[in-house]
Design a protein around this ligand. Structure first.
Ligand code: 6PG
Length: 441
């Protein structure tokens, strides 16, 4: 990632002083790129070869290594300099590092970066948070290396104060988990309909249009076409035990901390953990093939189901960002977050054009037809579910999410009565704000 970012920066006719623990990597870069890369053999030399107010970009493993390098930098840098952590750290870690750095008069910028290693090389989406002046000083460079949004503006902005950047990047990953699981469940539905992978690829190409046109759908179409050495479909050979570096879990933790429902993001995280099948019990029918669907589900129904997964994942993530802004007052501008996610990042999709409308923000596309079709999409999603005998935790969750948002009465009045019955916690009559307790026996 670090080398790719250096290559991106120098490809924009910028020069950069580079230190790496493996000095030979820097030598190779200097040999290849000439005087755009200035080598620093030590961190002290890195400081000597840069002028204050410096912006030092850290792209080293999070945790121990970052702390060690940071401590050395604190002792060498001047007041007013800034350290840019692009390691996608936990937002709590960034708050702690900002406090440490401030003791030395140094600004710690937690900058989310999205788009994987290819993104870093070509066109990442960048989400910096922290001291505003330090960020604005770096924006001209970041705008050169960042991806472009639908209108051609760079996918980078001053996300907000303190740990706003890492928080927004974390939520980005929570949304990523939910959408990836939703796509995987559509793939499972097609597989359950006994489709060949090339037939599935055709369906996904058809689905990858309109508001669903997106990076994750693009790579799914590509993946479905990849063959193993023997000419068979490689995907069928891949273990179904899913990994995760933790960012989805951080999102659910933050939602619990702030009291924000993110059921679909949570289900997608648990789906990854469930794939490990760490339960002790071996169910007797385990491994038997589920029945196949005789009449495959139409692309229209699948499109509607996936549209609700994308919409629900975004809304749950954005609600979390809104709650964080209310709690921490980091000056997060939701319009800007939705704009910089339009390019470079993993969750980029055309649907981002209409999402502002759900937060009463200006939008560049007409959402009325899409909003008007949500009820039909919900009916179609339910009809898809009725046909299935396979686990679809995200699709099931998204159906219940939108059902919960759309029905007038929920059964939680009975929850209130039960709480009052055994715990005298009080209930409120409909339309009243007065808490009363009743004898429920
Ligand atoms: C990105 C990605 C990236 C993430 C990997 C692995 O925006 O480029 O989100 O930051 O770390 O996708 O994440 P998980 O291991 O948590 O799936």
């Amino acid at each position: 990632m670090g080398e790719n970012l250096v290559r991106n920066i120098i490809s924009r006719d910028e020069s950069i002083v580079v230190w790496n623990r493996s000095v030979d990597k820097v030598d190779a870069l200097v040999t290849e790129t000439g005087d755009s890369v200035v080598k620093a053999s030590t961190i002290a030399e890195l400081i000597q070869k840069t002028q204050s107010p410096r912006s030092i970009i850290l792209l080293v493993p999070a945790g121990k290594v970052t702390n060690e390098v940071a401590q050395e930098l604190f002792g060498l840098m001047d007041e007013g300099d800034s350290i840019w952590d692009l390691g996608n750290a936990h937002w709590d870690t960034t708050l702690a590092n900002q406090k440490l750095a401030q003791e030395h008069g140094i600004h710690w910028i937690g900058c989310g970066i999205s788009g994987g290693s290819e993104g870093a090389r070509l066109w990442p989406a960048l989400m910096p948070g922290g001291e505003e002046e330090s960020i604005r000083r770096m924006l001209p460079l970041l705008e050169k290396i960042a991806a472009k949004d639908f209108s051609g503006k760079p996918c980078v902005t001053y996300v907000g104060k303190a740990a706003a950047g890492n928080f927004v990047k974390m939520v980005h990953n929570g949304i990523e988990y939910a959408i990836m699981q939703g796509i995987a469940e559509i793939y499972d539905i097609l597989r359950y309909g006994n489709m060949s992978q090339s037939e599935m690829q055709t369906i996904f190409k058809e689905l990858n249009t309109g508001f669903l046109k997106s990076f994750l759908m693009d790579i799914t179409v590509d993946i479905l076409g990849v063959k193993d050495a023997d000419g068979s479909d490689l995907l069928t050979k891949i273990s179904d035990k899913a990994g995760s570096k933790g960012t989805g879990g951080w999102t659910v933790e933050a939602a619990l901390k702030l009291g924000v429902p993110v059921p679909t993001i949570a289900e997608s995280l648990f789906a990854r953990w469930m794939s490990g099948r760490n339960t002790v019990f071996h169910f007797p029918w385990m491994g038997t093939q589920t029945e196949t669907i005789n009449n495959p589900i139409s692309t229209k129904f699948l499109h509607d189901t996936l549209s609700l997964v994308y919409l629900g994942a975004y809304l749950q993530g954005l609600d979390l960002i809104v709650a964080a802004e209310k709690e921490f007052q980091w000056w997060i501008n939701l319009s800007e977050v939705l704009r910089i996610w339009q390019g470079g990042c993993i969750i980029r999709s055309r649907m981002l054009e209409i999402l502002p409308i759900f937060y009463s923000l200006p939008t560049t596309a007409d959402a009325s037809e899409f909003i008007g079709s949500i009820k039909t999409m919900l009916d179609n999603t339910s009809s898809v579910l009725d046909k299935l005998k396979i686990p679809t935790p995200v699709i099931g969750s998204i159906r219940d999410y939108f059902m919960t948002l759309s029905v007038e009465k929920l059964p939680t009045n009975l929850i209130q009565a039960m709480r009052d019955s055994f715990g005298a916690h009080g209930v409120k009559r409909i339309g009243s704000d007065i808490s009363e307790s009743f004898q429920w026996k």
